[in-house]
Design a protein around this ligand. Sequence first.
Ligand SMILES: [Zn+2]
Length: 144
Amino acid sequence: MAKEAVLTQDNVMKRGITLCSRCFLCGETAETVNHLFLHCKYTQQIWSIFLNRKGISWTMPRKVTEVLMSWEEEGVHAKDRSRWRIIPSAIWWAIWKERNSRCFESIVNNVQKVKLSCILFLVFWCNQLYSNDTTSIIDVLDSI
Ligand SMILES: [Zn+2]
């Protein structure tokens, strides 16, 4: 009976095998911060909620820091810049939670559910921003 090779972390290290963690969202490339939060085709669908809503056509910058600078520039036309500035955090939090759900719980949610989570994070945080405000989802989306 052939003994199966078990790829434990110890065996991997002894054999000198380099394991490259694949993106948990698309499974197509290595997971890096910039891929996961900016360039992943799954993540792009979340960004598109807001870009399409504002009619913004842009090429996704290479780095997270560049996105924040570009986002700030695009926010010049936002009705409420404070809310506008929260959007990247809401996107990244929704993506991070989905990534961890897939990684640690083997639960895969469809992109529509992640989009809704993102919007709900945004509304919740916007309502925290204006402490006594209980703005509706529609009001928040109309204000950005
Ligand atoms: Zn990906």
